[in-house]
Design a protein around this ligand. Structure first.
Ligand code: AMP
Length: 138
């Protein structure tokens, strides 16, 4: 079954388009966490960033960067969150790779922060953890 973003890409469901080229579509997020909250996605289906071909992923992030720059310019945003969730347990609710571009406004938005709770690392072997990741980078 098609996911909701594939349906939007195929024109079966309406969306508010921000940008489109042969490979990439950007639309306004229906939830508008802040004014201008945009989703950038590949037109070709990929489940998330981890299974997206590298060249296509670069195109998606290129568009995300340019949209962030435009939002700073046109809306006077003071900053931008650019993020992607991969996997349900990481907060991904639509199983089609997409990058959130969320402009941030000084003093007027409620303050949105990605939850990154520090934990006690005293019992953790950080060099070993880094080594395990490092050795498995392909
Ligand atoms: P995520 O939780 O990272 O998978 O993000 C999915 C995002 O898609 C959420 O922020 C939703 O608000 C947004 N969304 C879901 N359905 C639609 C839709 N039909 N049009 C635009 N955005 C949508």
């Amino acid at each position: 079954m098609k996911d909701i973003f594939c349906k939007i890409i195929d024109g079966e469901i309406p969306s508010t388009k921000v940008y489109e080229d042969d490979d990439v579509l950007a639309i306004l997020d229906i939830s508008q966490t802040t004014k201008g909250h945009t989703l950038v996605m590949p037109k070709k289906h990929c489940g998330n960033i981890l299974d997206c071909p590298q060249e296509l992923m670069h195109k998606v992030f290129d568009v995300a960067q340019r949209i962030g720059q435009a939002e700073m310019l046109v809306f006077g945003a003071a900053g931008v969150n650019i993020l992607t969730n991969a996997g349900e347990c990481a907060g991904q609710s639509v199983p089609h790779f997409h990058v959130h571009v969320i402009p941030r406004y000084l003093g007027i938005d409620p303050g949105f922060q990605i939850t990154m709770k520090p934990q006690d690392t005293s019992g953790m072997d950080l060099p070993r953890i880094a080594q395990q990741i490092s050795e498995n980078i392909k």
